[in-house]
Design a binder for this molecule. Structure first.
Ligand SMILES: Nc1nc2c(ncn2[C@@H]2O[C@H](COP(=O)(O)OP(=O)(O)OP(=O)(O)O)[C@@H](O)[C@H]2O)c(=O)[nH]1
Ligand SMILES: [Mg+2]
Length: 467
């Protein structure tokens, strides 16, 4: 038997949102209109094909005062109170929701009672709490505040103390992995018998999370290798319109790299079980901007002054520069752009821009070749974008369908992560870069695994996995 908890409460308090976040299932229906959930439904978390824990979403109480009156008048065996209630009212249309929501509890589920802490406590709530107390089942209360209103929290806590074994603030719209773990940890307090089994549940969650981050690190390392070793080429006749060929090659190069990056994003998203995310990338998210656009490097930390310096090299927006650049320096400019892209990243320095090499293009016998980009700052931009995307994903609870709720968290993501890399970490990156761009004759496996390890430790830090 795996542990099972029923999520109970008043309609529209956020029960389904809590279940959605706890089970990482964004397909669970959540609605502004009360009464969305009509039937109890069990959601089971499976790790490595093993069922670990279940949460049951339920409809809200409709007749709490009348139900409480029956519970108070009940004179039978206390441990049978729920079963007898359901038996008495199963055919009564007025109590259809009460029977439905109490059924999982009758079958042995523990209780998680959800309230919106941003509104005052009402009589109906007191009746619901008293019903749950009279069930005698292990129970915990969580405050899922739908707004930032904090005035009522102490009133709720005061009432909860009379009715529940454990109380916790848990916000379905903001909770990250560490808060989910803390929530599971709190459940241990509601029933001593469950302590052991919950200990194993938490261990399984953590192990699986580590595994995910390990997979993401390998994915990032592999994808960046693909991007950084990528090149395009085209055969050319003796006399050819060089500018046109260069433009075509560059388009091809950009499109291919963006596609590879996008695929990596998609894989990260699916690993964290987000199916709705694509439709909800915030308007001001850095990732909405093209990998090769001016906004990208501006958002990753370029100051006004630095941008002006950059402007002197590239002359306005990235696209326009490449279109209007004189033949012959196009690819020098392209490489310079790689340098500017690194702004705000670890290797950024005003002086560096002027030192950018004009060496992105090479001539074969009869081929024009573009790439691989030999500018290490390109690596830092790619790392930053991968980590920012990852952070978007893991900081987005599955129960959150409200974009505003996430805005504060995401706004703080503007700086690139690589800015804070230590010199040791930069060395690891440099070694990796040399190998994947083919500048090193020997493929040093350790350099690649060191890089993967570095990325994994960053992911675990962003994920607050050790909190
Ligand atoms: N801003 C914000 N909105 C929330 C939060 N939790 C729930 N909501 C919103 O509140 C509304 C109700 O959420 P649900 O999860 O459907 O509530 P419920 O208790 O399952 O409702 P019923 O199924 O109708 O009983 C939805 O519009 C949610 O998006 C929260 O923590 N913050
Ligand atoms: Mg619901």
């Amino acid at each position: 038997m795996i542990p099972e908890f029923a999520i109970l409460g008043h309609p529209n308090e956020g029960k389904s949102s809590v279940v959605s976040t706890l089970t990482e299932d964004d397909k669970i229906k959540v609605s502004q209109i009360p009464g969305e959930t009509r039937e109890s439904k069990k959601y089971t978390i499976t790790i490595d094909d093993k069922k670990i824990i279940s949460f049951v979403d339920t409809p809200g109480f409709q007749m709490p005062k009348k139900t409480l009156a029956w519970f108070k008048a009940y004179k039978g065996r206390p441990d049978q109170i729920i079963e007898i209630f359901i038996d008495t009212f199963k055919d009564d249309p007025f109590y259809v929701d009460e029977c439905e929501l109490l059924l999982p509890v009758a079958k042995g589920a523990g209780i998680i009672y959800v309230v919106d802490g941003s509104r005052p406590v009402r009589d109906d709530d007191l009746a619901e709490m008293e019903i749950l107390r009279l069930t005698g089942r292990p129970r915990m209360a969580i405050i899922n505040s739908k707004t930032s209103e904090k005035n009522y929290i102490s009133d709720w806590k005061l009432e909860f103390q009379k009715h529940f074994n454990c109380i916790r603030e848990f916000n379905s719209n903001t909770a990250d992995f560490s808060e989910r773990i803390k929530m599971l940890d709190s459940l241990k307090a509601i029933d001593q018998e469950m302590e052991d089994v919950l200990y194993h549940v938490i261990a399984a969650f953590k192990k699986e999370r580590h595994k995910r981050n390990c997979l993401v690190a390998a994915l990032i390392s592999l994808t960046l290798e693909k991007i950084l070793s990528f090149h395009v080429s085209q055969s050319v006749a003796l006399s050819f319109d060089r500018k046109r060929v260069e433009e075509r090659l560059e388009k091809k190069y950009h499109a291919a790299i963006k596609k590879i990056e996008k695929l990596m994003f998609k894989k990260i998203r699916s690993l964290f079980q987000h199916t709705l995310f694509e439709y909800h990338l915030l308007e001001y998210s850095i990732l909405r901007h093209d990998l090769f656009s001016q906004q990208t490097w501006e958002l990753l930390g370029l100051t006004r002054q630095q941008l002006t310096t950059a402007g002197a090299v590239i002359g306005g927006s990235a696209g326009a520069v490449l279109d209007t650049a004189a033949a012959g320096i196009t690819f020098g400019v392209f490489t310079a752009m790689g340098g500017i892209l690194g702004a705000g990243s670890a290797w950024f320095g005003g002086k560096k821009i002027t030192r950018v090499k004009k060496a992105g293009i090479r001539f074969g016998k009869d081929k024009l070749k573009l790439g691989p980009n030999k500018n290490i700052q390109f690596l830092y931009i790619l790392i930053d974008r991968a980590l920012i995307y990852y952070s978007h994903i893991i900081n987005r609870p599955h129960g959150c369908r409200n974009l505003q709720e996430l805005s504060q968290k995401e706004k703080s993501d503007k700086k690139g992560y690589s800015t804070g890399f230590s010199s040791r970490e930069k060395k690891i990156c440099a070694k990796y870069f040399k190998i994947v761009t083919g500048q090193s004759l020997i493929r040093d496996k350790k350099a690649v695994s060191d890089f993967e390890e570095l990325i994994e430790s960053r992911l675990n830090k962003i994920d607050r996995i050790y909190d």
